[in-house]
Design a protein around this ligand. Sequence first.
Ligand SMILES: [Zn+2]
Ligand SMILES: [Zn+2]
Length: 97
Amino acid sequence: MYTRYKVIYYCDFCHKYRLSKRAMQIHESHCTLNPSRICRMWGCVDGSCPICLFSKARLSGKMPEGDLQAEIKKWYQVKEIEGQVNESSRISDTLSK
Ligand SMILES: [Zn+2]
Ligand SMILES: [Zn+2]
């Protein structure tokens, strides 16, 4: 029998955890409860993307209305029409963190 101790890294903002420091650093920089988060939504330039709006709503203390996933899909559809995105696989990439 052997025992292992693991360091668990918790997000300062939403208290999610990861077992890897690097993964948590990445999460924290994009966490929607981080007031100075860096948005990594494709095509987001001025804080107008669904995730930025979601983040702002959360930070102001109210849960945002509507379906975030649907809003994100819509955002990508518009961007695809504008020719800014050619791979919709980015949707799952954005949501997984
Ligand atoms: Zn977090
Ligand atoms: Zn954004």
